[in-house]
Design a protein around this ligand. Sequence first.
Ligand SMILES: [Zn+2]
Length: 285
Amino acid sequence: MTKQEITAPADAAARRAVAPVICYPNETLPTVAMDLYHAARETAQKVDEVLVPPRDARSFTVPQGQFFRITSVEGPQVGDLNLWNAKDLGERFYSGKTRALHGTHLTAGEQMWSSFPTLRPMATITADTLGWYGIDEFGGSVHDVIGTRCDPYTGKLLKGVDYHNCCHSNLTRALADHLGVSLAEAEPHVHDVLNVFMCTGFTRDTGQYFMKASPVRPGDYLEFFAEIDLVGALSACPGGDCSSEHTSDAAACYPLLVEVFAPADGALGDRQPPAVNTYDRSHGR
Ligand SMILES: [Zn+2]
């Protein structure tokens, strides 16, 4: 078969000029009770903390109704976050659908949605000290749901090396340790992440995924309200601030701090965890 020559049709410009429509208008999403969450946060006390070492990951648990905060300490560092339902690891963060609902990058007031068939909010972002960043001149923004997670398989494919401290491997080890299971049992539960503090976008000319030095500085944080009982795992990416490369030990890396806060009894009133999605699952039969 010879290579096909593609020529643009006469009306190519007119076809390209058609205005886009939003795939998933999100005005009908359930209202997030941000005022209630912020009032409850005012009453909260710290109950736990975990320090994630550079180029490694740690797990943590957050009961529904509590808050967790991820803070940059010591130096600029991005983190790869996985979330699971603590009672059912089959329900886990769904990066792709979260992107479809909220856009390429998350900030305060937006939610991390779970996989099918539950498709419900797992966590709500309640504070983001990088919320000022917006979208820069390159189309970059922070806290993306467009990347996957750095992993040793892609590293092998592109560089021919075995590198063991990618976020995928770090998260696999952290989950295996949390569950007390083998790496092989833990690995299939690791999933596409929320790239905390990472500054990313797509190039306008080639559509390629890009990263650039994170604007995060020590003291910056992203805070979440746990909508359901959660197990989380956070990797301090070997890319450090992701200004140059990942999947190697070349970048300067720093720890990340995870803290858990419990509101006072009654601070959330009669709030209940979100129900699972009510689609009847008959799939047309
Ligand atoms: Zn990474």
